[in-house]
Each structure stands twice: as structure tokens, then as C-alpha cells.
Design a protein. Structure first.
Ligand SMILES: [Zn+2]
Lengths: 494, 493
């Protein structure tokens, strides 16, 4: 029999309800998997063994009592370590929050708990979600489950990797410029960024507030919809959350693509995209056409400037968002002689890593008197152009498609010294963050090196239903069944 | 008392003054979280993840505070913007939890208002540039070192109870021309806040505080001089004094051929002087940008109109009404400034009592008794009905004006109704003509010399005869009636 750790959430749910195994069995399976994979992978920063065990036992007790709150009851789920968990260390992979235990749960955490999920622990990320490789973690990098010499992508690399190797059935990440979709693509799992405002950001340690959005990682499109359904919806504690009905996510999964108009984004299929990635995306696009969709070439002319605009807006917002880390009320406090202000300055200098400092400086500069209009102001105008481009595109097509990442997983250290090359990793994903629209990455194959390739689908705001409809079709057409090399409960000989 | 005249402006210099006022709203909860906005004494007991700026916490605007600022803007005749924006004002300070303050920049809630202030009978209209919404900071206590400032303190204690309390900033045009006008503006603004019930507006606790922008220029010139901003002004008196000092200082500098440095200055109450805090070069770049955690603040036309319709009477309107009821400007101001006195005045006057008399009693005997006894007027036994009854007795000649005042004081002390007291103290005057006539005739018969003098055209003895009649009546005759009868009787002789 297959290892329980390799089941989808849907499969595990069936077994739980048939009494074939318990939630504690599922937790044991992912814990055993983690105990083998973590040495090489380092996907988790914190494993909450005790909390998870109690949650699994109470899920089993609920099943025994005939109580069933839905498809996540008893399912082990991992959380990116930038989401606050009451009493469980939350660091955002930064030294400045070393050992910090939040006094409250993020809204998504509350909702997962209410849905009966078993929260396994906290996963690694680029410090404060700033990065595309999970190398910028103060606690050491995460490796790619398909080949540990490669990066898992980022910033939600830990959350992507746990799902790829089976040390969790699903996980949450946050996506500011592609931080869910790009690692999903590089780790061969499904990663989804919802419409901005569909999922509450309350308790998510902010990187760039106008771009950040929490979303799920999973091993199937159906599982993705199930997790999103549990966390989506209006939240009083987030003023930017959408006060309205949540799209019907599961309803449209198997309805196919016949008659849909699908736009392939010209600018994201050109120079800079790896030929093997391009070929795989074209093949899938052709399959969609064969399945009855109308394929249309669509241009997003402003996407050329999207990356530059993003790298002004996100740092500008982060320069203010991260100002609160000053050693005064919590987190790392420098031991220095001098004034309170000296203490604050030293705490920040000691507590933040180099990429975080780079972005804070960049953002502070972009907002400075005399530069605001040329940098931040101009970036906001580009953002408006990007939105207009998308709006124009969606007058012609139902969804847009592109590669998720211009390349498959790069080698550890390869781009660490070249920020611009690293920033380019997000070129395909950033436009959807600027527009606030939903997008998903679905694995469609591997390249010659055996590394996964992700296929991105983008939809208009609150178009989650059609997004999942197309994603589900892509999933079944691609028939991607390979598993990551590290996804085994057997100890692999070195 | 405190009206130190502005000396050095003379006729050659003119002061140009603008005032920024911060008002803490007395809402139930803080601006962006559910913590109580009335600040407890025990430090750091009214805090939560939002107002402590814990990682991941987000702001949610307080509707009651928005209602408060719209009420203020409406009272100041402002345009209320249907949509306004929250900005982040970035600066690092230990008592600012997020190290940015949520404030407004372009598109505040209220703009383009005005307020009329009166000094020595001359009314001036002060333009209100804007009224915007923001949040308060925590409180720092810099312990040890010299003067309680951060730079040479041994350590700093922080209390975040005040962090996030709703704060409204009211900014004037540079329309103020004298320290006296500035004080009158501050006083009138404070009255308005109290009348609206949006803030306790206490200067001593800092729930209302002023910053003064001051520059001077030669009379006749149009261009503005370089201005300074004076902070730490904690009373209306200091506002006037600090501005007067700053005007004099700037005039001295300019007359000595110097230049004014654009800077922030600190008012020191003890030395009565301002001193430099930081110059413009050292001043911070706040890097304002729109807060991405907050949507545009919408004030619907319906909401705005409802607030306007339910606006209470403003102090200026009340004073005008009181003056219409017969009191002078000074009395009207004292009455309007005290809800207790204003209430008694209005009810008594509505009940037919003469405004002038009631106004004099309230601002005279009533206030004096309250101060002497250290008891609030509202805690005394005095009611508007008592005032009406007493005024009627006066009008009917039953009491002398001195006796009336005594009765009033006794009413406040709880001795009974005016009539009960007058009877008990045997103060009622006789205005019955028969009894007085009898006494007059007796006195005239006893004093033929006086009668003769009067008949000869010397009216002086009338006073003497008055005194005799009053003595005869035990002091309880209505003097007006006595005089009338005396005149009638002596004329005919
Ligand atoms: Zn609070």
C-alpha cells in the first residue's frame, strides 16, 4: 500500500471517513516523512509536534462522535513562518524575531483550526518573504526536493517543499510577487494566489501590504480549492478584505475548457524564457486548444515595466512595514550604550539580513522628498497601466496563460550574488500581484534535468471559479504524476 | 491679568500667525483597534496587537471617530470630502509603535472652513485650512540626565495606553495677527469641542494641544517672513505668552540685522521663553505615502447631512441668543461657557424672568457662592423655578435687592424656597399703601420743620423723611412706594 504521506487531501479524507486510518496515522506518516527528508531539505523551521498531536486526536474524537466540519478535518497542514500562531514561535526567518511567540493567531490560522486541520509547524522562507530562492533565511536555506543542489524557489520555498515531499498534505504560503506560484513551479506542486482581498492578511507579517496575499500549496488542483475555501472570505480585522460572496471553488473543477477563450501572453513567451519551459507551456496550450478552447495571442505591453515598478512599490511599502521591528516592544534588542534611539538603530542593523536591509534602503530612497514622484509615483502609474492592460485583455479572453517561472529550479548560490538575476525570477508572476488578480501554477512536466515546469493561469479579479476550471483541465491533460526524488519514507543512501 | 500686550509690533511690524491644534476624541475605543480610548492610569493596560504594532496586526478605522471629525468639520463650516485618504507619516521614535503614524496628507476629511473670534469687540474671521484624522502616539518618560529629553536620559519608560487614541488636527490659515487673537481662537475652539461633546478638550492633560506658527513682516509688505513653529504650549495663557515672546524675539533679530531661521522651537513655561529644538535642515523627511492597509475613507452625503442636522447649538450662537435676552457680552460668555449656568438661565428666562437680572445673579451671587463653598452649581439646591419665583418677588416689590441676593444664597444652601426663606427671615417688604400712608403721616406730623423746608422748595429733607418712614416700618417698606407717597404728601402741603 502507498505510504499515507503521499495521499492527496481528497484521498486522505475518504480514508478517514471510512475508518481506514486516523488523523493521528496521517500525522505520524508526515512526521516520519519529515524525520527522513528534513536533514537534506530543511523545509520546516518549527515542528509543533505536541500541538499537532492534540489537534489530530481531537479530529479523531470528532470523527468518532460523528462530527465532521469538512474536508480539512484531521488533515496535516503546514504554515509559512510569516503567519502568526499563538504560542508557537514565528520568525519570518529573521534574526530580529528569533524565538518570538505571538499572543494571537492569524485569521487564516483560526480558520484552518476551525476547519479541523492539524497544523504541523512553520516552514522556512526568505527573510520577511524577500527573495525567490529561500536562500535568504537567517536559519539556513531550504533545498529543492527534486534535487537538493537546487533551490526550491521562494519566498515560500519551505511550504512548497513540504507538500512536494509529503511532510504535509497541504500548506499555506504568501505571494507578494510570485512567492507561492514560483516555488510551486520549481517544486512540482500546485500553488495558488487568490484575488487580493479574498483571504484576510490579519496576522500575516507584512512585506508589501498592497501586494501580499495568502494562498494554498497542494498536490492537486482539487486540494487547492478545498484549502482556499477554508481560508477565504471577509474578515473584520482586515479593512482590505472583500466583503462579498466567496466564489464557488469546487463546483467547476471537472467542467472542461470547451468554448473558453484562452489568451497566451506574448511578452511572457519571448526572450528570457528557457526554451524547454516555453516548449512545455506551448504543448499544454495546444492541448487546451484540442480540448475545445480558443487560443488567442494577447499582449500585455506594460508587463515590460512591471518588474521595475514592483521593485519600487514593494520595497517602499516594506520600508514602513518593517519599521516596527525596533527592539522596543519585542524581538531582538541590541545591547548598546547610548539612547533609546541608538538601541533601535543597532537592533535593526543586527537583526535584519542583507536582502532585507537592501530593500528597506531602496524603499526609503524611493519615498524620499524629491524622489517620490520619479520613483514611487511613477511606479504607481505603471501599476495603473498594468491593470488597464489586464482589463483590456479580459475583454477578449476568459483567462491568460504563461510559464510560471522563466526557468526551472536554479542551483543553490547561483543567483545569490546577483540581485537583478534573482529579481527576474518573478517576471511572469509579478503582473498579477500588481493587478490584484488571482493566478495559479500547475505542474506540467520536467525538463531534461528532471526538474519540474510550472504552467501559470491568470484570471480576472474574483475569477477563482474559472481559474480552477482551467487548472483542473490542465492538470488532467498534463498527467503529471512524477514525484520528487526526496519524497520517500525510505532512508536514501548518500 | 494675563493680557501682556504685544509690544514690539508697534506700527512698523506685523505678526502673521497660524495655529495647529490637536484634539483627542473621547470615543469609546481607539482609532484603529478595540482598546478603550479613555486612558487608564496603570501603564500599558489598554493595549492589543494592533496598537502595540505586533507583527501581522492591521488597522480598522473607528466609525465613531469619523463621526467625531465630521462633526468638528461641520461646526467649523468645512467642506466634508466624500472620499479621503489615510497616509503613513514615517519617523522613528520609541513611543510610536509602528514607527509611522497613520495620518492624512492630501485629501483630508474636512477642508476650507472658518471660525470667527472676537477681541475687544472686534470680530475677525480665521480661515481653517483643513481638519484631518490621525492617531496619537504613546507616552515616553525620559528618566535621568538633564531636562527630560531623550538624548541625555539614563533610560526611557514607555506607556502605550495613549497609542492609537483618535486625534484630530485642525490647521488654520495664517490669518491671526496678535497673541490675543490666538488666545481667543484657542478658547473658542475649546468651547466648540466641549459644545460638540467630541472631546474633553483639556489642555492640562494634553487632550487638546497647540502648535503656533509665527512670522513677522514689515507693515505694508505682502510676502510672508520666515516662520518658526513653537511646540509644548499647554494652556491658553502659554499660547498667548509664547506667541508674544516669539514675535518680540523675531522683531529683535530682524531689527538687529539678523535673519530668522526656519525651525521648531520649544516653549518653556518656567523661563517664559522659546528655544530652538531643531532647524529645517535637521527636520525629518516623513516620506508620506498612502497607507495600503486602509481603503479610502468614505463619508456618504446621507451621513454628512445627518451629522449636520443633529449638530448642537454652537457657543457663538448661544452667546448671541443670550445677548438677545438682555445680558451684556461678558455675561453672555460666562453663561455660555457653563452648561449649568446656561441651563438655569435659559429655563428661567423662558419662564418669564428678566434676562438681565437672572444673568447678574448667576454670574454674581451664584458663582461666588459656588466658589466659596467649593460646590458645583449643579450640586446646589438652586433650580430655575427658584430663580423665577425670586425674580417675581423682586418685581412685586416684596424684597429689596439686597434681601433678594441674601435669599438667593440661602436657596443655594438648601434653606428652602425664596418665599419660605423671606418669611422665615422676615425680609418681606410692605408695599401696601395704607400702612405706608399711615407711617408717612405720623412722620410728617412729627417733623413740621422738614415739611416747611420742602414747601419752601428745598427737597433735601426728603431723604431724611424717607429714613424716618423706613425706620418706622422696621425697614420692610418698599422704598419706591415710600418715596412716591412722601412726594405726593409734601407737595400738597
Ligand atoms: Zn489596541
Amino acid at each position: 500500500m502507498a505510504d499515507l504521506a503521499d495521499l492527496t487531501i481528497a484521498e486522505a479524507g475518504v480514508g478517514l471517513r471510512r475508518g481506514e486510518f486516523s488523523s493521528v496515522d496521517l500525522l505520524d506518516a508526515v512526521t516520519r516523512r519529515a524525520s527522513i527528508t528534513e536533514a537534506q531539505l530543511h523545509a520546516y523551521l518549527t515542528l509543533d509536534g505536541q500541538g499537532a498531536r492534540m489537534a489530530a486526536e481531537s479530529a479523531d474524537a470528532a470523527f468518532a462522535d460523528g462530527k465532521d466540519v469538512g474536508p480539512l478535518q484531521g488533515i496535516p497542514i503546514a504554515l509559512k513562518d510569516n503567519m502568526c500562531t499563538k504560542g508557537v514561535t514565528t520568525t519570518a526567518s529573521s534574526q530580529i524575531l528569533a524565538g518570538w511567540k505571538p499572543p494571537y493567531d492569524a485569521t487564516v490560522v483560526q480558520r484552518l483550526k476551525a476547519a479541523g486541520a492539524v497544523l504541523t509547524g512553520k516552514t522556512n522562507l526568505d527573510e520577511f518573504a524577500m527573495g525567490s530562492s529561500t536562500e535568504n533565511s537567517a536559519y539556513g536555506e531550504t533545498r529543492n526536493p527534486w534535487n537538493p543542489n537546487h533551490v526550491p524557489g521562494g519566498s515560500s520555498g519551505g511550504s512548497a517543499a513540504t507538500v512536494a515531499v509529503g511532510s504535509a498534505f497541504g500548506s499555506l504560503g504568501s505571494d507578494t510577487g510570485g512567492s507561492i506560484r514560483q516555488p510551486a513551479a520549481l517544486c512540482g506542486v500546485v500553488g495558488m494566489k487568490p484575488t487580493y482581498g479574498l483571504v484576510s492578511r490579519y496576522g500575516l507579517i507584512a512585506f508589501a501590504s498592497s501586494l501580499d496575499q495568502i494562498g494554498p500549496f497542494s498536490r492537486s488542483v482539487a486540494d487547492s480549492a478545498v484549502i482556499l475555501d477554508a481560508i477565504a472570505g471577509w474578515d473584520h480585522y482586515d479593512s482590505t478584505s472583500i466583503d462579498g460572496p466567496v466564489p464557488n471553488l469546487a463546483g467547476s473543477l471537472e467542467t472542461g475548457v470547451k468554448g473558453l477563450k484562452i489568451g497566451i501572453v506574448t511578452e511572457l513567451m519571448g526572450e528570457g524564457i528557457d526554451p524547454q519551459v516555453k516548449a512545455a507551456v506551448s504543448t499544454t496550450a495546444t492541448q487546451l486548444a484540442s480540448a475545445g478552447a480558443e487560443l488567442i495571442e494577447v499582449s500585455l505591453p506594460s508587463s515590460e515595466y512591471a518588474l521595475s515598478a514592483y521593485y519600487l512599490i514593494a520595497p517602499a511599502e516594506c520600508s514602513a512595514n518593517l519599521a516596527r521591528f525596533d527592539g522596543v516592544r519585542y524581538g531582538h534588542r541590541a545591547q548598546v550604550e547610548g539612547t533609546a534611539e541608538d538601541m533601535m538603530a543597532h537592533s535593526r542593523a543586527e537583526g535584519f539580513g542583507p536582502e532585507v536591509i537592501r530593500r528597506i534602503l531602496l524603499g526609503t530612497y524611493a519615498l524620499s522628498a524629491g524622489y517620490y514622484d520619479a520613483f514611487y509615483g511613477q511606479a504607481q502609474r505603471v501599476r495603473t497601466l498594468v491593470r488597464n492592460d489586464f482589463a483590456a485583455a479580459y475583454e477578449k479572453v476568459d483567462v491568460l496563460i504563461s510559464p510560471t517561472s522563466p526557468t526551472t529550479a536554479f542551483r543553490v548560490g547561483e543567483r545569490a550574488a546577483d540581485p537583478i538575476a534573482m529579481y527576474y525570477s518573478d517576471v511572469c508572476t509579478i503582473p498579477s500581484n500588481l493587478s490584484g488578480d488571482p493566478a495559479i501554477s500547475v505542474p506540467i512536466g520536467v525538463d531534461d534535468a528532471g526538474l519540474p515546469i510550472g504552467f501559470q493561469i491568470m484570471a480576472p479579479a474574483l475569477g477563482e471559479e474559472i481559474l480552477y476550471q482551467v487548472a483542473s483541465a490542465v492538470e488532467s491533460m498534463a498527467g503529471f504524476t512524477q514525484r520528487a526524488a526526496l519524497a520517500s519514507s525510505e532512508v536514501v543512501a548518500p | 491679568m494675563t493680557n501682556r500686550p504685544t509690544t514690539k509690533t508697534f506700527s512698523t511690524w506685523e505678526a502673521v500667525i497660524g495655529i495647529e491644534t490637536h484634539v483627542e476624541l473621547s470615543t469609546k475605543s481607539k482609532m484603529f483597534c478595540g482598546c478603550p480610548a479613555n486612558i487608564p492610569d496603570e501603564p500599558n493596560t489598554a493595549c492589543c496587537p494592533v496598537c502595540l504594532a505586533l507583527p501581522g496586526a492591521l488597522p480598522v478605522p473607528n466609525e465613531q471617530a469619523i463621526e467625531g471629525i465630521v462633526t468638528i468639520g461641520t461646526a467649523l463650516g468645512c467642506t466634508i470630502n466624500e472620499s479621503s485618504l489615510f497616509y503613513r507619516k514615517n519617523y522613528f521614535y520609541p513611543d510610536l509603535p509602528k514607527n509611522y503614524q497613520i495620518s492624512q496628507y492630501t485629501f483630508p476629511v474636512c477642508e476650507f472652513g472658518s471660525l470667527d473670534v472676537e477681541v475687544d469687540g472686534t470680530s475677525t474671521t480665521i480661515g481653517i485650512t483643513r481638519v484631518h484624522m490621525e492617531e496619537d502616539t504613546g507616552k515616553s518618560s525620559h528618566v535621568g540626565g538633564g531636562d527630560g529629553r531623550i538624548h541625555d536620559a539614563d533610560h526611557t519608560l514607555l506607556d502605550f495606553n495613549r497609542a492609537g487614541v483618535p486625534l484630530v488636527e485642525i490647521v488654520t490659515e495664517p490669518d491671526i495677527r496678535s497673541p490675543e487673537q490666538a488666545r481667543a481662537y484657542g478658547a473658542e475652539l475649546q468651547r466648540i469641542m466641549l459644545a460638540l461633546g467630541v472631546s474633553d478638550a483639556k489642555l492640562e492633560t494634553g487632550s487638546m494641544r497647540f502648535d503656533a506658527n509665527v512670522s513677522v513682516r514689515r507693515v505694508g509688505t505682502e510676502t510672508l517672513g520666515t516662520r518658526t513653529e513653537t511646540k509644548n504650549v499647554n494652556s491658553l495663557r502659554s499660547l498667548q505668552r509664547a506667541i508674544a515672546f516669539e514675535i518680540d524675539r523675531q522683531v529683535d533679530v530682524l531689527e538687529d540685522g539678523g535673519v530668522i531661521v526656519q525651525e521648531t522651537r520649544h516653549w518653556n513655561e518656567d523661563t517664559g521663553a522659546t528655544s530652538s529644538m531643531r532647524t529645517k535642515e535637521e527636520s525629518e523627511d516623513y516620506r508620506y505615502f498612502q497607507d495600503p492597509d486602509l481603503l479610502p475613507l468614505e463619508v456618504s452625503v446621507q451621513w454628512r447631512d445627518r451629522i449636520k442636522a443633529s449638530l448642537p447649538e454652537l457657543p457663538a450662537q448661544m452667546r448671541a441668543r443670550f445677548r438677545g435676552a438682555g445680558v451684556d457680552a461678558a455675561t453672555a460668555e460666562i453663561l455660555a461657557d457653563s452648561p449649568d449656568l446656561a441651563g438655569l438661565f435659559e429655563t428661567a428666562v423662558a419662564g418669564g424672568a428678566p434676562g438681565k437680572l437672572i444673568g447678574n445673579w448667576l454670574t454674581g451671587e451664584v458663582i461666588a457662592w459656588s466658589r466659596r463653598e467649593e460646590i458645583d452649581v449643579s450640586e446646589s439646591d438652586l433650580t430655575a423655578e427658584h430663580l423665577i419665583e425670586l425674580a417675581t418677588m423682586m418685581n412685586d416689590g416684596k424684597l429689596s435687592s439686597t434681601a433678594g441676593k441674601d435669599v438667593l444664597t440661602a436657596v443655594m444652601a438648601g434653606e428652602g424656597t425664596p418665599n419660605e426663606i423671606a418669611v422665615a427671615r422676615d425680609l418681606l417688604q410692605v408695599s401696601d399703601e395704607g400702612a405706608i400712608l399711615e407711617a408717612v403721616d405720623t412722620v410728617l406730623a412729627d417733623n413740621p420743620d422738614a415739611v416747611d423746608k420742602i414747601a419752601a422748595g428745598d427737597s433735601k429733607p426728603i431723604g431724611f423723611l424717607m429714613g424716618q418712614v423706613m425706620r418706622h416700618m422696621g425697614g420692610k417698606a418698599d422704598p419706591t412706594v415710600v418715596q412716591q407717597i412722601l412726594r405726593d404728601r409734601t407737595r400738597g402741603e
